[in-house]
Design a protein around this ligand. Structure first.
Ligand code: NOJ
Length: 548
């Protein structure tokens, strides 16, 4: 493959939740052969396919699946539910043959309690692996070492009866936190990184990075107002976000620098001090990309989006590169989020406008499987839920299972996902919302995603151009320019109407004419654009090439 350098700057990356993408053996769970069989859909080199440049696989390592793979029991193997290492090698080859790169999910903060490292660590206080994890004696009053709470509920400390100490787990009690201060634990993770990069993977998505640095004197966190989740009743001063995370990320950067083209994208909480951009370090010494989840957690609000986009664009230091993401496996799908309180037609138009936004902002877009066909959260009954976090807070919080249901391929039983019984129910809308149906329909949301992704490949300004907000438009429209200078100078204008009524206005600040390359309204007629007479339908977004 060519262009080793920073391929990820002009890439579109597609997140696959392996449990739900494609089952090949009828056990109701997605697997690697299933993913291979769908690679042509993702990119066959022609605009009939989606055209994504890379896939990020949520964890596929052997795991007791308490947290659906984010509890890793062996970092250098494949869970038999998903296939074998030979399947994995085939996936990497087949993906690369199509120009699709492959990113693994790397869970650094914790392992499964079934990982042999933890089994050894908990076996005795004198185990050489004891200090690979975070153990502490009871606190002064005889109880837990501190008031720290776990993200998924309850205390972050679990008592170990055999060795009579507590261990720390920031998530489930089956996910003990690793001690990144231990040189042998660090070296073991370095081997993991080499193992996958030597096998040909193109990089990693790093899980929960801002949990790595914590205060090992375990001071109590300050508490705050009441919230349903005990985790939110504390200010997480001491149990995460400590500067040591940067030391670890710098180390990881030196490890990946040995592999040209290898990339790291980190997941950090949006309320981490300094914001997620802090994990770019100086721009070239920590992560290549970091997720900013503020837009992913926001409602469909132009003022808020404007502010967040602006802040994010400015926060990323030179050398670093922004990401854009609206949905993932931990949150409600954006189609559902943006539809709250509006009718189905408005919701459908908003999902199309959101696609335009995601694929025209500055930064690498991350798509979550199924968003390109308009998949929504699925209403589930308690007995159908699988995720412990979703079960714990049901029915007060929607949780994560509704956004993890099987990919909708066609109208056959179980939407073509499995010949068996799917591990989570398929959405009841699958006969209408599916790949096969939409692939043939030029007005479908899938066709819109395809068009936008293929346009990005031919227009440097879309992928790499600068971002500049255009002032002077109505407050409920988002208006921005993407521009490249020099020999291939290109000026693109994006205008998105966030309201369900038509708009007419002029944009004196740009005073230009151009051609409308794409509208999110499949029936929009006009092709020419004049900034003196901007005309938008309800929730319509347009992409315009401005004449010089
Ligand atoms: C973030 C992951 O995205 C989520 O799915 C997981 O439960 C936690 N980190 C813990 O690994």
């Amino acid at each position: 493959m060519t262009d080793h350098g920073s391929w990820w700057r002009h890439a579109v990356i597609y997140q696959i939740y392996p449990w739900s993408f494609q089952d090949s053996n009828g056990d109701g769970i997605g697997d690697l052969p299933g993913i291979i069989s769908r690679l042509d859909y993702l990119n066959d080199g022609t605009p009939h396919s989606l055209g994504v440049d890379a896939i990020w696989l949520s964890p596929i390592y052997p795991s007791p699946m308490k947290d659906f793979g984010y509890d890793v029991a062996d970092y250098c193997a494949i869970d038999p539910r998903f296939g074998t290492l030979a399947d994995f090698d085939r996936l990497v080859n087949e993906a690369h043959r199509r120009g699709i790169r492959v990113l693994m999910d790397l869970v650094l903060n914790h392992t499964s309690d079934q990982h042999p490292w933890f089994q050894a660590s908990r076996s005795s206080r004198s185990s050489p692996k004891r200090d690979w994890y975070l153990w502490a004696d009871p606190g002064a009053r005889g109880g837990r070492p501190s008031n720290w709470t776990a993200v998924f509920g309850g205390s972050a400390w679990e008592w170990d009866r055999t060795t009579r100490q507590y261990y720390l787990h920031s998530f489930l009690k089956e996910q003990p936190d690793l001690n990144w201060n231990h040189p042998d634990a660090q070296e073991a993770m370095h081997e993991v990184v080499r193992f996958w990069l030597d096998r040909g993977v193109d990089g990693f998505r790093l899980d929960a990075i801002n949990w790595i640095g914590k205060d090992s004197n375990w001071p109590d966190n300050p508490t705050r107002f009441f919230a349903l989740r005990s985790y939110l009743r504390q200010i997480h001063h001491y149990d995460r976000d400590q500067p040591f995370t940067h030391t670890v990320l710098q180390l990881l950067r030196t490890w990946t620098n040995d592999y040209p083209g290898a990339v790291m994208v980190g997941e950090a909480s949006s309320d981490t001090p300094g914001g997620p951009a802090a994990f770019y370090g100086k721009g070239t010494d920590e992560l290549h990309m970091v997720f900013d989840f503020r837009m992913l957690k926001s409602s469909w609000d132009p003022q808020r989006f404007r502010r967040l986009i602006q802040q994010w664009d400015r926060a990323v230091p030179p050398g670093g590169w922004p990401t854009q993401v609206l949905s993932n496996h931990d949150n409600s799908r954006h189609y559902s989020r943006y539809s709250r309180g509006v009718d189905a037609e408005t919701a459908a138009r908003r999902a199309r406008a959101a696609a335009l936004l995601l694929l025209t902002l500055r930064g690498t877009p991350y798509l979550y499987y199924g968003e390109e066909v308009g998949m929504r959260d699925v209403r589930l009954r308690y007995r159908e839920l699988r995720d412990p976090y979703t079960r714990r807070y049901w029915p007060f919080l929607r949780g994560r299972d509704p956004a993890r249901t099987p990919m909708q391929w066609d109208r056959s039983p179980h939407a073509g996902f499995t010949a068996g019984t799917p591990w989570l129910p398929v959405s009841p809308d699958f006969e209408r919302v599916n790949v096969a149906h939409e692939a043939e329909d030029r007005a479908s949301i899938l066709s819109l995603y395809r068009k936008l992704i293929w346009l990005r490949k031919t227009m440097p300004a879309l992928a790499l151009g600068s971002y500049r907000e255009v002032p002077g438009g109505p407050p409920d429209c988002l208006i921005y320019l993407r521009e490249t200078g020099g020999e291939v100078s290109e000026r693109l204008l994006i205008v998105i109407n966030f309201r369900p009524n038509p708009r007419r206005f002029s944009l004196p600040s740009i005073d230009a004419v151009g051609v409308i390359l794409l509208s999110t309204d499949p029936h929009a007629a006009g092709e020419s654009f004049d900034s003196a007479h901007v005309d938008l339908g309800p929730d319509e977004g347009i992409l315009v090439r401005l004449h010089a």
